[in-house]
Design a protein around this ligand. Sequence first.
Ligand code: SAM
Length: 242
Amino acid sequence: MIDIPPSTLSPIGVIESDYPDKFGIPRQPGLAPAARASLILVPPFDDPLAVRGLEDFSHLWLTFLFHLSPDRCASRHWAPLVRPPRLGGNARVGVFASRSTHRPNRLGLSLVELVEIDTRRGVRLVLRDVDLVSGTPVLDIKPYLPWAEAHPQARAGFAPEAPPLLPVAFSTGAAATLAERPDGDSLGELITQVLAQDPRPAYRRGAETRIYGVRLRDVDVRFQAAATDNGTRIEVVEIVAV
Ligand code: SAM
């Protein structure tokens, strides 16, 4: 057996995003471009010299810790099989054939867009297309190299394309709440993009009357699924400040 000493990792920064809670966050980056997010570097990594030249790249790889998932290595209860939502939540695949958040070492990898670098106080990277909960510790940043890393023809197993989108409708009350807010337009866009992914657990996707809540920015968005002649539609019942 190879003797590999355990190592510790130091987060270089932390995510601030429109997602205060992990429920409802799209399952990959790029699915809700209206979501606002920043990566704030922490000392001693908040030196502007560390990001010199990064402004010339449009996209970045972030390596981060799924800090809200259980630490399977520490508990020694890691499971080799997971149930991806894309397979309906019942079929199992190997953890290393998945992007599951329940994995050894809890490491995640997201390709995000770099919008702006702000070095007025420390370093803040303004990002788009993030799929991370606010407070996620980031372990490393690397610029994305499309000539080496983009493979549009690659096989993608059980997730060959972006998930289907459901239509989203707002109740009169929810629309009125949005109209009163200065960020109403962008919040409405964000709610639509998030709910169109149908965040309900995969095993609950049949007809049901339950009302779910998803936290976005400073609101709780209450929604339910409704059957229509053309399939399922998501209806925003109300938007409540938290
Ligand atoms: N793109 C990344 C990857 O492939 O490693 C993340 C994919 S993972 C399936 C995306 C989900 O992780 C989100 O829908 C959200 O529910 C969850 N999530 C985001 N940040 C998290 C965190 N810090 N800890 C645990 N789960 C998180």
